[in-house]
Design a binder for this molecule. Structure first.
Ligand SMILES: [Fe+2]
Length: 382
């Protein structure tokens, strides 16, 4: 990273930030539109600001994307699949060393997220859980678009709305549909980006189905749209959160109440399905396909100077350093404090320190003073 030049140009502007933990803007009060109870996901217009939201912040929140009847029906299907034992534990492999081992991988521990069950119904655009899909008529109809009661919704309608709303994403298909069921307290996900491989996934969509969410329940989606301030999104039934699969760091905060929580996650891709007519293009970690621009509340001159922070390699390095503590905290919250987790955390901090040593110290000091960028209160609109 060419930090030397940028150090001179970065100056404290009007968006000087407070420490990170004071900055969690809360979208809990997002306006909820009057939505017909029968409305199916895909039948309701997406926010007109979708393209601007994604290009400026990397995420967009749709207060209501499906009606009560449909969300209740999907919630019942997921709850039933869980009760039948058709869902799986949510596992992650945490690296504990980068030294290669005999099988070509690297040493690590497979850790489970307590209270979290999940299942991919669709993967690579295909049904991969036949039994569960057969037992889920509402989700099956949504995917295949075969239900006359779809109210103009369903996958085809949703994809068309996304293509219209953000044509530059060039979305071509649904890659994955995952259902998730949380029970008990504590269940959460560590800080991560969804995709850094060549799946062609570009956009993540999370639809919440939990009933009567309250702040005391926890389980918010926390987005860290570096270098902008983090936001916590309340997991309200019918609410859809869309964000860049490649660029947007996020985590799920721990459940604080033993209230069952159902979620549908969708990943949309571009370039066609692997093995299809179109070749899957390389992932857009180069940043070329994501036309970042800063929100209007940032001075255009400052925005130009800050553009380098969003180059994928720079964002990756800087978030590794600046969010090192939050990353560690989120890993412990998700997986506990076992020996394996401690070994993974030791590697995490070692790598963060090594990354920090490679970055210009004066630049880092300046970034620590000025980031994240916060929207001035007077112009804040959820
Ligand atoms: Fe994720």
């Amino acid at each position: 990273m060419n930090a030397e030049n940028k150090t001179e140009n970065l100056t404290k502007g009007s968006q000087v930030a407070a420490p990170l933990d004071l900055l969690a803007s809360d979208l809990a009060n997002l306006e909820v539109r009057d939505t017909p109870d029968e409305a199916v996901l895909g039948s309701i217009p997406l926010p007109s600001s979708l393209s601007d939201d994604l290009a400026e912040t990397g995420y967009s929140v749709c207060g209501t994307a499906a009606g009560k009847t449909w969300t209740s029906a999907v919630r019942e299907e997921i709850t039933s699949l869980h009760a039948k034992g058709l869902m799986q534990k949510s596992l992650n492999r945490l690296a504990t060393s980068r030294a290669p081992v005999a099988d070509g991988g690297s040493p690590g521990h497979t850790c489970e997220k307590p209270g979290v069950s999940e299942l991919n119904l669709i993967q690579g655009g295909q049904v991969v859980a036949e039994e569960a899909m057969a037992a889920s008529p509402v989700l099956r109809s949504w995917f295949h678009g075969t239900n006359d009661d779809c109210c103009g919704g369903g996958l085809t309608a949703m994809l068309a709305k996304l293509q219209d709303g953000a044509p530059w994403l060039a979305l071509t298909h649904l890659d994955t549909l995952k259902i998730q069921f949380n029970e008990g307290v504590g269940g959460c996900f560590p800080l991560h980006r969804d995709t850094q491989d060549k799946t062609g996934r570009k956009l993540t969509a999370i639809l919440y189905l939990g009933e009567n969410w309250e702040a005391t329940h926890g389980g918010e989606l926390r987005l860290l749209p570096f270098p902008l301030a983090p936001v916590n999104v309340a997991p309200r039934a019918g609410q859809l959160v869309l964000f860049s699969s490649v660029a947007t760091l996020h985590r799920v905060m721990p459940a604080k109440a033993a209230v069952p929580r159902c979620v549908v996650s969708l990943w949309f891709g571009s370039g066609g399905l692997p093995g299809g007519d179109l070749e899957t293009p390389p992932t857009d970690v180069s940043g070329k396909l994501f036309p970042w621009r800063y929100p209007k509340w940032i001075d255009p001159d400052q925005a130009e100077q800050l553009a380098f922070l969003r180059l994928p390699k720079n964002a990756d390095m800087l978030t590794k350093i600046l969010y090192a503590e939050e990353m560690a905290e989120s890993i412990e919250e998700a997986f506990g404090k076992s020996e394996g987790v401690q070994a993974a955390l030791a590697l995490h901090f070692e790598e963060a320190a090594r990354t920090e040593a490679a970055v210009n110290k004066a630049l880092l000091e300046l970034l620590r003073e000025t980031l994240p960028l916060t929207c001035p209160a007077e112009s804040y609109q959820a």
